[in-house]
Structure formats: structure tokens, C-alpha cells
Design a protein around this ligand. Sequence first.
Ligand code: GRF
Length: 224
Amino acid sequence: MTDKSRPEFLGGPFSRRLGLLISGRGSNLQAIIDAIGEKSLDAEIAVVISNRADAAGLERAKQAGIETLVVDNQDQTRFPTRDEYDRELVKQLRNRNVELVCLAGFMRRLGAVFIQAFPNAILNIHPSLLPAFPGMNAQHQAWEHGVKYTGVTVHLVTAELDGGPIVLQDAVAVQDDDGPDQLAARILEQEHRLYPRAIQMVLDGGWRIQGRRFVKSDSFRRGG
Ligand code: GRF
């Protein structure tokens, strides 16, 4: 939810320090690592945090020399409530001076504690053209529905599931002979292109949130 007491939020510029949250394969994490390596994304990954010890993405981060951390949400002794889990994530990110948090296949809802700690500074990537097909298995939902176009959305994270202001979108055409897996693979390729671009835009600043709308503000960028 956008802060109602601030109808217009001026965003960024942020420091270049990213915190990545993952739960699995980590192909979007890899795309971000690669974009940084190729200098098409001017940023630094301060830490990769997974809620699962077996997330393959952890290995990708280690290979790239990035610090990794497992904060296991199933550990009921350490984290009996969602708030306690979220507070631990916030603490670990703040300890590393992270300013922009990027969810990259993080399969866990974040609560108010986390969202309020990083106002308009949490990004997520979702494999559909939101607001169509929020939630799990969005590619499959789109295929089953029979849409002719679906795609990818990068959005700011609010309390509403997959419902925050949209930063960037790209469409992917559904072919008649696509199966759900083929469609998901083409969407994933598009995700890998879109996420680094969206992160760069948000880091650079010069944008504002008007109501639900993420809009670039050239006058703000020029300091006017
Ligand atoms: C991606 O499809 C992303 O859009 C969704 O979760 C998946 C994560 O894949 N939020 P990966 O772990 O980045 O490969």
C-alpha cells in the first residue's frame, strides 16, 4: 500500500547496495549478477538471503563471491511469528547497508514489519502481466486461460499480493503450439532481460509514485 499520508512519493536515488531474497533456482539472481558483471547494471549485491538451505541460487551467489545467508522460516524456535522472521531479515539487510531489496523467486509473503522497513524500496518480479494472474504458477494460469499475450512485471512490493505499483512490464506472445513449459521458458528469458533494467531505473531515481502509478519525472531528475 502506498503511504496515504504522502500522496506523492519521490523515489531514489538509492545507494547501489542490493539485498537479494531467494528461495530456489536463482536464475533471476544470475541475470542480475551477469548484468552487474557486464556493467549494464551499476549496482553491488551486498548479500543473498534464502529462506531455504537447499536453494540452488545460493551456489550461484557463492560462485560469484557474494555473501550468502540462510534465514530458515521453518525454524519455529528462532522465529515463532512472521514478525520475528521479518525483523531478522530487516536486521541482516540493514547490517549490510542494503537500501534496495530485490525479491527473486522468494516464495514467502513479507509482512508489515518488513514492508515498512523498506518503503517503496522492495522490488519483485512476477511472470505475468499484472494485474492478470497474480499468485502461484502465473505462467500456467495464463496458458490455461488462453490469453494471446502474457508477460513479465517488475513491481514495488506492498501489503497486497503482487499488487504494488508497476515499474516495468514486457509482453510475451502465446503461440498456438505452446505448452505451459515452453511458454514459461520464454517468459523466463524475458524476466532475465527486464529485471536488471528495472533495478537500474529504480536505483537511478527520478521517479515518483502518484497513487498507484510509478512515473518517471524528468524535471525531478534535472533537479527542477
Ligand atoms: C520467476 O519466474 C519469478 O518471476 C517468480 O519466481 C521465479 C523465480 O525463478 N517470482 P528463479 O529462482 O529466479 O530462477
